[in-house]
Design a protein around this ligand. Sequence first.
Ligand code: DC
Length: 226
Amino acid sequence: MNKITIAVDGYSSCGKSTLAKALASELGYGYVDTGAMYRATTLYFLRNDIQLDDNEEVNNALCHLNISFKSLDGKNCTFLNGENVESEIRGMEVSNMVSPVATISAVRRAMVARQREMGKEKGVVMDGRDIGTVVFPDAELKIFLTADMEVRGKRRWDELTAKGMDINLKDVVENLKERDRIDSTREDSPLRMAEDAVEINNTDINKKEQVEIALDLVNRKLASFI
Ligand code: DC
């Protein structure tokens, strides 16, 4: 086997996408940001005033959603029905609504089916909450990222303010805590570490060190197939 499936799961703002993107680029693998798919779905629901407890409305909306990714100037962008929504899905309106949307089983079924399709050829790094437990339970490498809340809040705040968003740190931390709570207590595929995942706590290590640790895990895994 020369290409594997790599699952990167963890709580909000632990640096999953930073690690997953770096790994994909080092390995020449594809990268799928599954959180962006739930965010784009949430944006569609908000724009179309979809009632989350109305199964028919939700199912109908899911039939009209087309989410895709494209790299523009080296930046991974999320498209919703052909429109680049990358900035809009990172804002607080979507962030405050995405976890409730992600509890809906019909939404999860639709997203998981698309994710399995995107990763079926292997050679993919996928980040999210349920990749190692539900989407690809047979992934050859599963990484579970953790970091202290203080560090996570500050990182997310830096990211949002760098994009020009006017937001205070307290609101960012509250949003992370609330999303962690909903994501890990929902009935359908709650966020948890897969039994065979390797935990990396990146509170005190930098991005480069984190990528080196993960690449070492990849190389060991690939060597084990020889
Ligand atoms: O990774 P993110 O913060 O962009 O994800 C946004 C939300 O989407 C997160 O709070 C929970 C949900 N999500 C999920 O339920 N399952 C995934 N695989 C990815 C994200």
